[in-house]
Design a protein around this ligand. Structure first.
Ligand code: G3H
Ligand code: 13P
Ligand code: NA
Ligand code: ZN
Length: 307
């Protein structure tokens, strides 16, 4: 059943984080629903601009509606990931999305406020909630690449001001993570000091952590042993998910890790069965492996067993 993002946040706040997983195709959708149900967890389906282009936004919508029918026990919200203003309006007017993210974090503070405010007004008129972003994560997201060293952590005082001025419903904060498989040089921790200060200024307000994939090193090793060349990868320590959730991080975004599962399954499959060409065989393995992955993440986020 599709529910509002606000309902999911209300239940989770301060206790656990809701996993937000991107989908692009049918196999990923099946794996996500199977894993969420096996772990009895509410979840958020995220759709990026790239995904909406890949197979068409209507294909994604159709798949999600079908999955909702196939898995009646699933409880989830549908969210636009990293939207620009135009895409936000398209999703708001579609009547299908539970929430949208307006990402104007690359713009100066005042411009970010102005754009976010317009989107909030349009969304709230239709009962849809809005995630905004303040601060800059490192790495690549949609069309914007942030160079190493240019990422800036969210300023807690600015965060309070931003939320007051925009009326947004949740805030993506930069607390040390970045998108993709190459997050850190060496081992690094989340900036819990910054997170504590944001929470002190915005008590009860849902925060969002992007770039939260853990980039499992055993997964990377298997990919590379099967012909891949993923070098110097590093991700978030999964032991930090729950402490972050207790400090108000209510939504944790995980996409890259799922792509690694896909890559490992398919590389190993075709390495071991070079004469095969029925794509349903590795597809079936991938659905099961992705379901297992989702269930394991929901355990770590504390969302498992919440239904
Ligand atoms: O933050 C970006 C998400 O991982 C979605 O990636 O824009 O390549 O679909 P994408
Ligand atoms: P990862 O690249 O760490 O999976 O982050 C995904 C994300 O933030 C989607 O918005
Ligand atoms: Na951003
Ligand atoms: Zn993101």
């Amino acid at each position: 059943m599709i529910v509002t993002t606000a309902q999911l946040f209300k239940h989770a706040y301060g206790k656990y984080a809701v996993g937000a997983y991107n989908i692009n195709n049918a196999e990923q959708t099946m794996g996500l629903f199977k894993g969420a149900i096996a772990s009895k967890a509410p979840f958020i389906i995220q759709i990026s601009k790239g995904a909406r282009k890949y197979t068409d936004k209507l294909m994604l919508e159709g798949m999600i509606r079908s999955a909702d029918t196939i898995f009646p026990e699933a409880i989830f919200a549908v969210h636009l990931d990293h939207g620009d203003e135009e895409t936000c309006y398209d999703c708001i007017n579609s009547g299908f999305y539970s929430s949208v993210m307006i990402d104007a974090s690359h713009d100066p503070f005042d411009k970010n406020v102005a754009i976010t405010k317009r989107v909030v007004e349009a969304a709230h008129a239709k009962g849809i909630s809005v995630e905004a972003e303040l601060g800059q994560l490192g790495g690549v997201e949609e069309d914007v690449k942030v160079e190493d060293g240019h990422a800036t952590l969210t300023d807690p005082k600015e965060a309070e001001d931003f939320v007051k001025k925009t009326g947004c419903d949740s805030l993506a904060c930069a607390i040390g993570t970045s998108h993709g498989a190459f997050k850190f040089k060496g081992k690094q921790s989340l900036h819990f000091d910054v997170l504590e200060k944001i929470k002190a200024r915005l008590p009860g307000f849902p925060l969002v952590m992007h770039g939260s994939s853990s980039v499992p090193q055993d997964e990377v090793k298997r990919i590379n042993a099967a012909g891949g060349q993923i070098k110097d990868s590093a991700g978030v320590n999964v032991e930090e998910y729950l402490p972050a959730a207790k400090l108000g991080v209510t939504k944790i975004n995980i996409d890259t890790d799922g792509r690694l599962v896909w890559t490992r399954v398919h590389r190993e499959f075709f390495r071991d069965k070079p004469a095969d060409f029925d794509f349903r065989a590795p597809g079936k393995v991938y659905i099961e492996e992705y379901a297992k992955f989702i269930a394991s993440r929901n355990q770590l986020l504390g969302s498992a067993g919440q239904l």
